[in-house]
Ligand binder design. Structure first.
Ligand code: SAM
Length: 508
């Protein structure tokens, strides 16, 4: 890794204002959306008449187009073309004329913006060129840039200060870079040396020096070590293990079915410090009519971990096969697509798999004693807009508070209604009383919770002044029912609302 050259590249990118705002100003929001869909024509048209350094850089390193030496030299004045060749950013196109040499980009290099606990910021991320820039299917050793799953995990990442974070399967290093913003030290591992090299380039390019990169499979590079936080977007894609089906390193860990995800879940227990949290993405199979949650329970049993699993999506095996064959760059309607499709269906049939779930896993090593949290749920609606990491951390704290407070303590607690909650009422036309009442959470996991009259009245009265017991007593009088019985009936709902972040404990 040539640190001096990377520093010069960093200076050039800063001078060119090579950032999301600059590029969007050049090509417009529709071009941004087009690129997300894998279409580059709108972006290309937006850059057509610009000689701005950022436009020249984007043409080469986002759209993957060859660039004349003079134009690249102008865009990278400090690094220079020779430096760019040495860094592996470009190579000379063979046969281009000596008078006007042309260079071909070898890497994707693009700005990426985000918001975390420290506010809005950007990284510049180098990765391998994608299918769009290459013009053909990506090779098996492709190092992925920041994709949808990467952003899902980074958006879920708890970003409260910790000492150590492990990013397992770091790829271009995106999760490690995020983690470095709230951790004193980060260890990033991958089975691919090329991924680690790119991740190290990205760390330096973004001025981060607290990440240690280690080569090896799964937890091998951190044997015997424990971390305060583990994050992993592991290679969870289920792929048939037969000749002729390509295995892409970035998405496929080489085990049968969902065994790799099961292994990461089970091995995480040995690498979490007390109180440490692992946040993972994963796929899981529904086999032979058995609910996948039963299988997930089986993975978790005996680990000693608290677990909160949110299933976001379930696909039929047919949809799943189509998604991942297309992701590998094989177009539907071709004989190759049909051959791979058959292999996927054979593989699923061999294990009796009918559907595949996708979701988020939050695992925690209890500070002491046995696990107290085992929550597996399905939430397939859009998420709220605020920080999901903060929401996950608050949910874990709410769970702990509920565990310690007991029934009597909960009844005596003075809870507050969260600021992002609204109530919806639906009426039959002309009716005085609502037929359906629902609480809607604006942030967090944007839950929608059904209400009855008593719970609606209770939620509305939670202003931190009155205890749940006092509120239940007042509601019982209004409804002319027994106060003790109503309190008993309401407490499970109160628990659920505290865990969901709708009612805030005094600790929040
Ligand atoms: C889906 S990518 C995630 C990359 C990045 N962390 C992100 O969030 O975008 C999975 C990564 O795991 C790596 N990988 C594959 N098999 C692995 C293994 N057995 N052990 C560790 N990493 C592995 C791949 O090389 C790839 O970089």
């Amino acid at each position: 890794m040539n640190s001096a050259l990377i520093a010069r590249l960093r200076d050039d990118l800063a001078a060119a204002r090579y950032g999301v705002e600059t590029l969007t100003a050049l090509w417009g929001v529709e071009a941004d959306a087009g690129l997300f869909r894998g279409q580059r024509v709108p972006a290309l048209r937006g850059l057509e008449n610009s000689v701005a350094p950022a436009a020249r850089l984007a043409r080469a390193f986002v759209l993957g187009l060859a660039v004349e030496r003079g134009a690249l030299e102008a865009a990278l004045p400090s690094l220079g073309v020779d430096g760019a060749i040495e860094l592996g950013l470009v190579e000379l196109v063979e046969g281009s004329s000596d008078a006007a040499p042309v260079l071909r980009p070898l890497l994707d290099l693009r700005p990426y913006s985000f918001v975390d606990a420290h506010g809005a910021s950007e990284f510049t991320i180098a990765s391998d060129l994608g299918e769009l820039a290459l013009g053909h299917a990506i090779p098996p050793h492709h190092v992925l840039g920041v994709g949808g799953a990467s952003m899902t995990l980074s958006g879920l990442m708890i970003d409260e200060p910790v000492d150590s974070v492990l990013d397992l399967g770091t790829g271009c290093g995106i999760q490690a870079l995020h983690a470095a913003r709230h951790a004193r030290r980060v260890v990033a591992t991958d089975i691919s040396q090329r991924a680690l090299d790119l991740a190290a380039l990205n760390a330096q390019l973004n001025g981060i020096d607290s990440i240690e990169f280690r080569l090896g499979s799964l937890f091998e590079p951190v044997a015997g070590e424990r971390f305060d936080q583990i994050v992993s977007n592991p290679p969870f894609v289920i792929t048939p293990r037969v000749d002729g089906v390509p295995a892409y390193e970035y998405r496929d860990g080489g085990l049968v079915g969902d065994a790799l995800v099961a292994q990461v879940v089970q091995d995480a227990a040995e690498h979490l410090a007390p109180g440490g949290v692992a946040q993972l993405l994963g796929n899981w199979e529904y086999r032979g009519g058995v609910d996948a949650f039963d299988r997930l329970d089986g993975w978790l049993d005996g680990t000693g971990l608290d677990a909160w699993i949110v299933e976001r999506e379930v696909q039929s095996v047919e949809q799943y096969a189509e998604t991942w064959i297309r992701d590998g760059g094989t177009r539907s309607g071709t004989a190759e697509f049909d051959r791979l499709y058959g292999a996927w269906l054979d593989d699923f049939a061999a294990r009796g798999v009918t559907r595949v779930g996708f979701g988020y896993m939050t695992l925690r090593m209890p500070e002491r004693g046995s696990p107290t949290l085992r929550r597996l749920e399905r939430l397939d609606g859009p998420l709220g807009n605020d920080s999901h990491g903060s929401h996950i951390a608050a949910t874990l704290r709410a769970h702990d508070w509920l565990t310690t407070v007991g029934e009597e303590g909960l009844a005596d607690a003075r809870l507050t209604l969260a600021g992002d909650v609204t109530e919806e009422r639906h009426y039959w036309p002309g009716d005085e009383h609502p037929t359906v009442m629902t609480l809607r959470q604006g942030g967090g996991f944007a839950r929608s919770l059904p209400l009855d009259t008593a719970v609606a009245a209770l939620v509305g009265a939670c202003d931190g002044e009155l205890s749940i017991r006092a509120i239940a007593g007042a509601i019982a009088e209004l409804l002319d029912v027994d106060g003790g019985a109503l309190l008993e009936e309401l407490l499970p709902s109160v628990r659920e609302l505290v865990l969901a972040g709708v009612l805030l404990s005094p600790a929040e």
